[in-house]
Design a protein around this ligand. Sequence first.
Ligand SMILES: [Zn+2]
Length: 291
Amino acid sequence: MIDKDTIERIKAAADIVDVVGTDVALRKRGAGYVGLCPFHDDHSPSLYVSPSHQSWRCFACDEGGDAVSFVMKRHCLTYPEALQLLAERYCIHIPEANLTCEQWIVQKAREQMLLVNEATMHYYASRLRTEEGAQGLAYFRSRGYSDDTLEAFSVGYAPENSNVIGAVKERGLHMHYLMPSDYDVTFRSGQTIHVDHGIGTVVQTDGRFRDVFAGRVIFPWMDERGRVVGFAGRKLDGATKGVEMKYRNSSDSLVFHKNQHLWGLQQARDAIIKAGNACIVEGYTDVMSMH
Ligand SMILES: [Zn+2]
């Protein structure tokens, strides 16, 4: 639970014009601002933002409220989740006095794992435009996807000699979060550590670290807040011989529960809210084609 004082500090820091302006292009009009309402198919600016009242209102769909309610509705979040997002955005520290030591460790591990996933996503995406990722790019091109679509879904390629560990270390993050949970890692120095909380992107076999997605095109999984929680990797055509799975997903972890996420929801959210309905399809590439 977030205490009253902290809630007040978050609300004071989250200026309504800034919060709404992050998602909607606002124009000054009179004492306030106007913009296209993101909650209905708006063509004439119906959204009004009042800095003096720290409030917003859409005169077409009759929605309105304060900065927290805007973030809740915009990102489909609960009240505490919206406060958390605003606290992160405006650098307000939420005291963790009520956490047990174990809860604190889990929370810190979750934060690190999300950062590791994000670094991993950028690494895979950057490989797509290099020689070692050429076959990955060729696969997406053969499906007819534009650069805009590839970027919208942040897809990538994990090269055969993937250096995902290097990419994670470069960002000052611990590589052991890349290992599976409940896993012993032995380093060249001979030191062995036990990993309690890991993502499972890298495994160690015969003393060597191996990216489980090597040789696959990558579809990152994002949660409803746009955080990278896991990955799916597809073996390229002609490389699916033998017993290797065509698709491989991140294993479930502190941050990833495959049966609780819907792939592409982050990219489709605005359109779903405006249309009031959603179309569910079977595969990653189906979602990209529909997009
Ligand atoms: Zn509206």
